[in-house]
Write a protein that binds this ligand. Sequence first.
Ligand SMILES: C[S@@+](CC[C@H](N)C(=O)[O-])C[C@H]1O[C@@H](n2cnc3c(N)ncnc32)[C@H](O)[C@@H]1O
Length: 886
Amino acid sequence: MGKTQKKTGKGRLDKYYKLAKEQGYRARSAFKLIQLNKKYSFLESARCTIDLCAAPGGWLQVASKYMPANSIIVGVDLVPIRPIPRVVTFASDITTPQCRNLIRGELKDWKADVVLHDGAPNVGTAWIQDAYSQSELVLMSLKLAVEFLAKGGTFVTKVFRSVDYNNLIWVFNQLFGKVEATKPPSSRNVSAEIFVVCREFLAPKFIDPKFLDPKHVFKDLASSLPAGETGISAGNAESNVFHPEKKRRHRDGYADGDYTLFKSVPVSTFILGNDPITVLGGANKLTFLTDEEKEWLALDVTTDDVKANCDDLKVLGKGDFKALIKWRLALREELGLDVKAKDAEDATEHVEVVEVVDEEQQISEELERLNAEAAARLKRERRRANEIKTRTIQRMQLQMTAPLDIGLEQTDASLGIGQDEMFDLGQAENNAPKHRSTILTMDDDGDAILDSSDDDGEDDGDDDDQPLDSEEEREKKVAELENELDGLYDAYQGRLRERDAKYKVKEARRKNAEREEAWDGIKEKGSDAEGSDSDSEGGWDKIQQAKLDDGGSSSDDSSDESEEEEEEEEEDRTTTAKTLKRGRSDHDAVASKGSKRQRLVSGLEPKVKTANAAAARLWFSRDVFAGAGLDEISDSENTDEESDDYSEEGVLSAEDEEAEASSDEDDFEIVPQDADGDEDMWNGEGEDQDKAIKAQIAKYGLNTAEAVTLAQQLVNREKTKTQLINDGFNRYSLNSKEGLPSWFLDDEAKNYKLNIPVTKEAMAALRAKQRALDARPIKKVAEAKARKKFKAAQRLEKALKKAEGVNATADLSEKEKAQQIDKLMRKGMSSGKKLKKEVKLVVAKGSHKGIKGRPKGVKGRYTMVDSRMKKEVRAKKRKEKANKKR
Ligand SMILES: C[S@@+](CC[C@H](N)C(=O)[O-])C[C@H]1O[C@@H](n2cnc3c(N)ncnc32)[C@H](O)[C@@H]1O
């Protein structure tokens, strides 16, 4: 049993009441909707919600909070609702046509995704009356819901657990795909209210008005049937036996007009009567009292099981009831009582068969529906991903992307249908599950008749793919879009780098380094050969150009290319990358890029070699070697295997690149290395990374938990150097990056890395280091101390100078000199602060009371105080202190 909650007095002011107050909700009931929405998430995707019986507006506030911006929220109640931002409200009775017209006027031809109903009629009369009014109100709200709900929409209503509950649920089940009853935690246990969430509105084209007519929905089926012998409604009893899950319980605990709890029925009523099922459903026990009945007990057909079953009907299951009915038939046959026995048995079995068929049908229908839904969802997701990509490209083309936009888009894409659709009304519309449109009628017996027609037809399947004719074409289009996206992404990255101050500094440093490297020791030559514009171009290339011109062994393109590399690094990175990524359509661009990247790729060799090679070239570029040296070297390099070029020299010269670009078309094969080369360029550009890292470690020590862990493992001989090196070859390091878009690689670089386990000891060591660092005085304190020291030294110096002056004075006696010097030195050695002269407090009491002038025995400065004054001063100080604190 749950804890009882008080609904009156202070019991009302429970946790949710306080929470509602705290969070600014007008009613604690707001939390019911919050909890329902948490469970079923219907508000986030809703574009239009109608709240019936909405005053004072708690649910409206919740809807306004959780629904996407720009969605429509309409609230209706008998009493006016105080305005809520972006909510339209009316005062109207939801049972009247006027209310319907008002909502229609507001929505025009829009449909609602969610209809909420938390209505409670004016209760306080008899419980049965209250419950019935509530049920009626629910049916009225359902009437409005079916009129305004879109297909697939959600209807949330409050119902009371009363006699009408099952009937209402039955009606909901006819109109909605999923119906669930739930009691949110914020709904008090003492309250009979329960919330029914009906999802996936089937939107039948025609709904029989009887479904929404309280007279039909709540009519007691029993009244239409001949009353059973026991006074229990036949329909109710039947459901007790064959549909235990759909029992129409009497909430007041008694059957109609029968207020006894235990019911014994003579077995003859069951055997001889026309309605055995009703008897079984209503009775607790079948008694064998008369002689005739006792005779039946002795018969073979009356097994021990049957006897036991008759003893307590309330504990029987479906199988036991069946056994009793079979026994009844057998007995009747044996007694020769009923020629219709066979028919009766058939009838009994018929009931079962019908039920099984229905169940199977239901399951298969449900399966079909789920499959169709899943397929449609998949298609929608694919289309959505394509749309997102196209949109991204458009935005990039329009320069609309803020740096974060791309990340967001990527997130969206990875989520498929997700946050985006929260604000995408169009998408939300598509989300409505597609059902076969149905015509729903209710026959006179209260049975639902479903007439279905597949109005969607082909829409369900092919409509989603409409923009693209075939799979192939779609793939082609996707590939095109991807290429375009890659290009634009590179351009975007380029722009980003341009803006990045760090990158600019690096770039400037790299250029300087190159320039210095090239110009070292060849200034005269450069100035002779090139003249004014040499500043902006690499001296090395100029000299090389001049050299080659002299020798006549290479084309002019080589120098052009070098210039491009030197001067247009940025454009190269953006435009060439773009063209490259677009499928390497531009041959020249690829060649130039390829040659440049080769040099960068070869940077894997120790950088020192790069410098050496440059120095060597400079050396060979002297006049003495003109015409012979370099050409031969380069020729021989060209004819040798290319691998040697990389391994021995580390860097390709401009003419090598040119030669390779022009002589061997297959050099395009090396283009895939570009990505790596590109990364290398970023990582180690112009600097020896290893050196830099070592220097940093020497200066600051190891400062990551992973590094400390590895170091400790090495020191403790838990790992050898070879093991560490072997660990370096893992699935992350050997991951092929070929053909992957750069934006993907960028993202991967951030997240796709090995997680090196860290030990407790490593963490402890790092923390200890951090603590030691923290214990050191901070810079400001150290500065202040140094300042103090400096000032003291200055004072001392000044005092010494003055003392020397005093000493040199001839007018003063030795004693005077000593006194003055002593005074000066004391001043010079002091902390520099003037000592406050002590003021003695003399309390004006006793012999000091009422005296004027200096009190006796007091020397130096003094202040007369009396106890009153002292207290007052203290109180004043206390007050000031308190005020300050406040
Ligand atoms: C429990 S309150 C609703 C609380 C609301 N959900 C909230 O969170 O603020 C029930 C409301 O139903 C309204 N109501 C009852 N019968 C109604 C009717 N026939 N038409 C419109 N409103 C009705 C009452 O005026 C009352 O404000």
